[in-house]
Design a protein around this ligand. Sequence first.
Ligand code: AP5
Length: 227
Amino acid sequence: MPDGQGGARRAVIVIFLGPPGAGKGTQAKAVAGRFGLAHVSTGDMFRDHMSRNTPLGEQAKKFVQSGGLVPDEIVLGMVGDRISQSDCRNGFVLDGFPRTRPQAEALAETLRCGSWGKPLVVYFAVDSHQLLRRLTGRRTCKVGGEIYNIYDAPPKVPGRCDNDGGELLQRPDDREEVIRERLSQYEAQTRPLVEYYQGAGLLAEVDAMGSQAEVTGRVLQVMSPPR
Ligand code: AP5
């Protein structure tokens, strides 16, 4: 993993890039802690702001609910604040950011100015049929945010989180018409970043088909420094 190349800070920055439902959040929860990295999920941050009715949540709501992208300037302000927090000092996994070319360029500038070094970009490759199954089957714990899938990763007791018994909810943007819009936004705005990061020599593609444990193994492999 390219940690802090050329900088004094020796932090590790990892970007999880991939379509909606590819498993970025699931894998970030599984691996970030093992490397002492913070998990920075822009989707979780927007959902948190929306649930607390903050001004930022009010601004983001109509975009998130319709499956559109929140405007870059809002996203960039929020991410800038988040990565300046102390738990990000040793590095972080970015889940769901960047999603547009301007976001990617702004991130590159932030990392350059802060001597963070170059990121490792992990691209999650999944076929589109599997994406729909993962998105329509997803359920998330209302209390702790644990992620389940009614088809492939069900809880022990239907509708209840294994960890804390919290109610499992379906995300409002996991309805089929919103999923269609999210996938189309991904194709138009985010997929071009695969080529952008490939060209920069920063991309590692991971086969994200198969079980969660299999995918975790592959992600750990690309994140582990060669011996
Ligand atoms: P966000 O929450 O980031 O949504 P997303 O990118 O669409 O990603 P998802 O959370 O849907 O999927 P995931 O890849 O994390 O999959 P997961 O691990 O949950 O963003 C939501 C909205 O916020 C956006 O639409 C936009 O409006 C806004 N937003 C966020 N960031 C933004 C930005 N940077 N710029 C502008 N707007 C932004 O897994 C999915 C399901 O699959 C689960 O049920 C899981 O259990 C299951 N699963 C996972 N892995 C496997 C496996 N290997 N096998 C079987 N099932 C699996």
